[in-house]
Design a protein. Structure first.
Lengths: 137, 148
C-alpha cells in the first residue's frame, strides 16, 4: 500500500466516524444511556445558571426598593392604638416634599390631649385627639 | 426713560408688596367630614374611600360611620361655625394664609366647653383628623382637608 492509498483509507474512516457521531440514532442512544445511568437533567429554572443570576437580581432589587419603606418618625413617637390610655401632649411634625402639617398648639377643657403623626404612602396623617374619659379612655 | 414711564414703574414697585397681601386674603376652601367611630358592628359607611385606609392605619375602631360633610370657605379673619351631630360645634378660622400654606384655628365645643382647641399649619391638602369627643356610642372624628 502506498502513501496515497493510506491517506484515502484514513479519509474514508474519518468521514464514516464523523457521520456515525452525528447520526440522530447515536445521539438518542447516548441520551438514553445518560438518563438511565445518571437520571433526567433538571429543568433550566432549577439549574444554577438560571437561578443564581435571578436571585442576585432579586436581592439587588429588594435593596434598592425595600417592600416596607421606613417611616420618617422618631423612635419616641406614640400610636393611638398603643397609647390610648396615656395622657400625652406631643408634637411630631412629619416633613415630606410638598406636604407638611405642623400642630402648633393643642388644648382642651375636658381631658388630656395627644398629637400623633404618621407617614403613610408619602402622606402625613395627623391626629389631634382629646381623651374625654380621662387617661383610661 | 420718559417721566410717565418712570412714574408707572415707581407705582408698580410701590404696589408690589400689596400683591402678596391680596393673595393672602384669597378664600380657602375647607372640607370637613364628621365621622362616628365605634366598636359596634363592623361597618364602613364613608363617602371618601381614601379615609377608610387612613383610619385603619390610625385607629383600632371596628366601625366608621359618616355623619355629615361640610364645605366652607374661609376668608380673612372671619370664622365659620359648623353644627356637628352630637350637639357639637366646630369653629374654624384662618390665622395665616400664604400661597399653599395655611394656619388653621379649630375649636370643637359643646355647652360652652372647649373639647379641643388647636392650631395647625397645613402645607398641602391634609387631612388632619380632630377627634375624641363622645358621640353615639363611639368617638367623634372630624377629617379636615383643604381643597385646591
Amino acid at each position: 500500500m502506498n502513501e496515497r492509498q493510506d491517506e484515502e483509507i484514513k479519509n474514508v474512516f474519518r468521514q464514516y466516524l464523523a457521520a456515525e457521531i452525528r447520526h440522530p440514532e447515536v445521539a438518542k442512544a447516548k441520551e438514553r444511556f445518560i438518563q438511565e445511568r445518571f437520571g433526567r437533567e433538571p429543568l433550566i429554572i432549577f439549574r444554577p445558571i438560571f437561578f443564581v443570576p435571578v436571585l442576585s437580581a432579586l436581592f439587588v432589587f429588594l435593596i434598592l426598593f425595600p417592600m416596607h419603606k421606613p417611616a420618617l418618625k422618631p423612635a419616641a413617637e406614640y400610636s393611638l392604638k398603643e397609647s390610648a390610655g396615656q395622657a400625652v401632649v406631643k408634637e411630631v411634625p412629619v416633613k415630606l416634599q410638598g406636604i407638611e402639617i405642623n400642630v402648633e398648639r393643642v388644648s382642651s377643657e375636658v381631658g388630656p390631649t395627644m398629637v400623633y403623626q404618621k407617614d403613610w404612602h408619602d402622606q402625613p396623617l395627623t391626629v389631634v385627639w382629646v381623651f374625654t374619659g380621662g387617661v383610661n379612655q | 426713560m420718559k417721566l410717565g414711564s418712570k412714574i408707572l414703574l415707581g407705582l408698580f414697585f410701590c404696589f408690589l408688596p400689596f400683591v402678596s397681601t391680596l393673595r393672602a386674603e384669597a378664600p380657602v376652601a375647607i372640607k370637613v367630614t364628621a365621622i362616628s367611630a365605634s366598636n359596634n358592628g363592623s361597618d364602613f359607611d364613608l363617602e371618601n374611600d381614601a379615609f377608610r385606609d387612613q383610619l385603619i392605619q390610625l385607629f383600632s375602631y371596628k366601625s366608621y360611620k359618616q355623619l355629615k360633610q361640610f364645605s366652607v370657605r374661609l376668608e380673612g379673619t372671619k370664622s365659620e361655625t359648623l353644627t356637628i351631630p352630637g350637639g357639637y360645634e366646630l369653629n374654624l378660622s384662618l390665622k395665616a394664609h400664604e400661597e399653599s400654606k395655611i394656619r388653621l384655628h379649630a375649636v370643637i365645643q359643646k355647652d360652652g366647653k372647649k373639647f379641643l382647641e388647636t392650631e395647625v399649619s397645613i402645607f398641602g391638602a391634609g387631612p388632619v383628623f380632630l377627634g375624641g369627643p363622645p358621640v353615639d356610642s363611639g368617638n367623634l372624628i372630624l377629617a379636615v382637608e383643604t381643597l385646591g
